[in-house]
Each structure stands twice: as C-alpha cells, then as structure tokens.
Design a protein around this ligand. Structure first.
Ligand SMILES: [Zn+2]
Length: 417
C-alpha cells in the first residue's frame, strides 16, 4: 500500500489550523484523516475513525474524535468534535455502561453541544495514551482478520508490534476489552481487531499514519506469499442486462416494499465480482456474513441470489424466499436479545446474479452507490480470504447484534432524515 503523505500538503493543513486559531495538530489530524479516507482499501463511506488529543485554550485536555455522519475523506474540523478527556478516562474504572449511556457520557462532555455524536469507539481512542489514533477497515487486514484462530499468525507476521483483540462488538465493551489488551502489551504499536479491522497509534500524525500503511502492507505481503494476492479496486466493465434489471425492479417495487416509491440499482461487474459470483459455492460463501461488522447495517447479512435467465416468476420466488429467511433470522435472534427488537424491512440490499455481477439496491442513489462500493471491496476481500484459507466473518448472532444494535438503528434514522 502506497503512503499518500506529502510534506507540503501536511504543512498547509497545519498552517490552516493555526490561522483558524486551532491547534496545529488538529490540522494534521484532518490531513491524515483525509489521506486515509482517500484510499478505498483503508476505509469506505463513514467507516473507520481517527482522533487527536490536544490541550485547549483553558489548559484542559480534550480529544477531537470523528463524529458520526462524517466521512474521513472530506472531514473538516466540525467533523472532529472536541470532548473533555478526564470524564472519559474515568469511565475506564467506572461501572459498566450500556451503549446509550456511553453516548450520553460522550455528549455530556462535548465542548460544543451542537456537535455530532462522537464515534462509538471514542472511549478506546481516549484510553490509548497516544496523541494520534487511527482506525481502519483495510481490505488486506479484513482478508486475514476474517479467518479462524489468527492470533498465532498475527504474532508470526507482526511479532509484539500488534496486540490481538478477539471479536467484541464495537461500543463500550470493545473499548474496555481492547484497552485491557493494550495495557497487557503496552509496547505494541497497534491493535488487530479480529473480524473487524486495525488500530494504530503514535504521538505524531505521520508516525501513526505510517504505521497504518506499514501494517496493511505487511498484510498484503502475507496474502501474496500464500498465493492469495489481493486485487486492487476495480471499475465495473461488465455489460448490464437491462431486461433482467427490469424484471428485478418489478419484483422489488411491490406493495409494502421499502423501494415502492424509489428504487436505485447500482450494477457492478468487475473481474473480482465475476470471480466471486461464479463460485460453485456462492450460495454458501455469501451466506456467511459481512467482511466487517458495520457493513451489515447497509447491506444486510447476506445477498439475494438469482440467475441471469430467471424470469419474473423465479425472481418473485427468490424474493419471497429471501424475505422468509430474513424473518426466520430475526425471530431466531430477537428471541435471545435483552430488549425487544423491531424487525426492519425484510428486503435484500444486494442481489447476486450468478456468473455475472451484483446489484446494490437503495431508496436513494447514494445508498445504492455506497452499497455497490461495499460489495466491490467485500468481493476482493472474500476472494483473497478464500484463497488464503477460509473466509470466516462474525457469527450470525454477532451480525444480528450489530444490525439490531440500538445505536446503529439511531444512526440510520439520522441518515434517512
Ligand atoms: Zn471499526
């Protein structure tokens, strides 16, 4: 992976922060957040988060942490709300918080109460005793993080430089667990989050960014050494089957559908997508889950699968089958939840057309495009994961907990508004 760091650009961001009366490190934080966000093989659409700890004009320690609703590639100072550090650090030794309580704690300590919600990973950022903390869902990391029992392999590749964090759902529990693991290995330079992604940290923006690039490159090399070379981002070059998309649209826009009034379809057919949808075991592999937990919010746990010559009747049947399967998934998992859950709509967000391509669905053009981008990355990660070993993402129960997480449901409501 190529570093996008450039001294002249970095200096310009630093100078702009100073001119705006901000800490120069906030300028550098914006700069490296943007160059992380500019690489689709590091983060996509609202994924990942970054922070910087500074002292404000009153001499108080604060952390600027990515706010929800912002993308790293276009982030500006208001997208990195400032939160008082001391109350966050106190949470490390306080009582266990529910995720809504954690959000309330973060909001209560915002310097500007009009700021967006700080990232749900804010506490972990605060706990890590480094000025800069970077977190991504890099494609190469996911191809390896979505394998079973990787602790030994991570140690072989990275030695003591990374600490291995077994899967915990993002939020309060992950912050507490990951911090404990960090403190047991305080010389590490990053955290490997099983089934999820990577954290790096350092006292300068450049050092933390450089570690991210270095560790992702090491993951790419590990894949390549095992013959699982990761393909780079690819443009769609397959031909859209208009008639098939029309048959699909007809089925998807029926009464009661979330797409009844608006349906946008993002069709993609790249070499990696064709490899994926041509797999003999596509039904089974695609049912395993998403490459990183928060993708389930946008694309649901699995796609609906059709064949290119399916007629209206067959597509209607595939949809009915998908919806019944989704209802069963909900019923099975809602039964063990601590709080009552309300089922979301039961329609797919992604359609696999066997042998040909994938279609991401959205009620808006941007939702469809974002879904398409996630599929583009996911197919490359899964193809590499399968040639390396076996693609093994989080379990169905963990996917459900993420999809039906109180905080994520709130985030979607904001996105729809
Ligand atoms: Zn994450």
């Amino acid at each position: 992976m190529q570093s996008r760091w450039n001294d002249i650009d970095a200096k310009a961001f630093e100078d702009a922060a100073v001119a705006a009366g901000q800490d120069p490190d906030l300028g550098l934080r914006i700069y490296t957040s943007r160059i992380i966000g500019a690489d689709p093989d590091l983060v996509l659409h609202g994924g990942g988060n970054t922070s910087v700890k500074v002292t404000d004009v009153h001499g108080e320690a604060i952390i600027h942490i990515k706010g929800s609703g912002w993308d790293l590639d276009t982030i500006e100072a208001p997208g990195l709300p400032a939160v008082r550090m001391a109350p966050l650090l106190a949470a490390r030794h306080g009582k266990k918080l529910t995720d809504p309580e954690m959000v309330a704690l973060l909001r209560a300590n915002l310097i500007d109460p009009a700021s967006p919600n700080p990232s749900v990973e804010a506490l972990l950022h605060a706990f890590l005793p480094f000025r800069f903390v970077d977190h991504t869902h890099a494609t190469a990391i996911l191809a390896l993080a979505d394998q079973k029992d990787m602790a030994e392999t991570v140690r072989r590749i990275y030695g003591e430089r990374l600490a291995f964090v077994p899967y915990v759902m993002p939020g309060f529990d992950l912050s507490i667990e990951a911090d404990k693991i960090y403190r047991a290995q305080p010389d590490c330079e990053g955290l490997w989050l099983e089934n999820h992604g990577l954290f790096t940290f350092a006292d300068t923006a450049k050092a933390s960014y450089d570690l991210m690039i270095e560790f992702v490159t090491m993951a790419e090399q590990e894949l390549a050494a095992e013959g699982a070379t990761l393909a780079g981002p690819q443009e769609s070059d397959g031909i859209e089957d208009e008639a098939l998309l029309q048959r699909l649209e007809k089925a998807l826009r029926g009464e009661g559908s979330p797409f009844a009034t608006a349906l946008h379809m993002d069709y993609r057919s790249t070499p990696a997508i064709r490899d994926y949808v041509s797999r003999a075991d596509i039904d089974e592999v695609s049912a395993r889950g998403t490459v990183t937990p928060d993708h389930v919010i946008r694309i649901k746990p699995w796609p609906m699968i059709i064949k290119n010559d399916d007629g209206e009747q067959q597509i209607a049947e595939a949809l009915a089958e998908y919806r019944a399967r989704y209802e069963a998934y909900f019923a099975r998992n809602a039964a063990r939840a601590d709080e009552p859950k309300t089922i979301l709509d039961t329609y797919p967000r992604v359609i696999v057309i066997k042998g040909e391509g994938m279609v991401a669905l959205g009620a808006s053009e941007s939702a469809a495009r974002i879904g398409g981008d996630l599929c583009e990355q996911a197919t490359r990660a899964i193809n590499a994961a399968e040639s390396y070993g076996r693609f093994t993402p989080i379990s169905e129960a963990d996917l459900f907990d993420m999809e039906y997480w109180t905080l994520e449901q709130a985030k979607l409501k904001v996105a729809r508004a």
